[in-house]
Design a protein around this ligand. Structure first.
Ligand SMILES: [Zn+2]
Length: 138
């Protein structure tokens, strides 16, 4: 049994004093165990609620982020990613950038893009252009 409960999660660097900033995708709110493209999702609300409790205790900051296109565009060159097929089967978790010649885990690429969204919104007050929704058609 642990006698002393750790006050912090994440960075253990004693010189680091910032709050962790979590970009949480709004697309998964209220969608526990929903099937998306044939894949079952997990308990996303449990994770979100846990983060919100920590946010309320000022242990971290949760920023709800629109996930639009984050797994479809390369976070390095901003080009459209392609699906990867092997032996006639589409590998859902893998996307390939023909420009960078890099195969991405779609979640890792989406995480990097969500960081880019949050960073841009905090520094220049706008979402990166390559991840913006198209304007509504008249
Ligand atoms: Zn790329």
């Amino acid at each position: 049994m642990r006698l002393v409960k750790s006050l912090h999660h994440g960075n253990r660097d004693p010189g680091y004093h910032g709050l962790p900033l979590i970009a949480f995708g709004t697309g998964m709110m209220g969608r526990n165990h929903v099937h998306i493209s044939g894949h079952t999702t997990g308990l996303t609300d449990v994770v979100r609620n846990h983060l919100l409790v920590r946010d309320a205790r000022t242990l971290l900051v949760v920023a709800h982020t629109d996930e639009y296109f984050t797994s479809q565009r390369c976070n390095l060159c901003q080009n459209q990613l392609r699906s990867v097929r092997r032996n006639g089967v589409t590998l859902y978790p893998v996307k390939h950038c023909g420009h960078c010649n890099i195969s991405w885990n779609r979640n890792a690429n989406a995480s990097n893009n969500m960081f880019n969204i949050l960073f841009n919104q905090l520094t220049i007050g706008a979402r990166p252009g390559y991840l913006c929704r198209p304007p509504p058609q008249p």
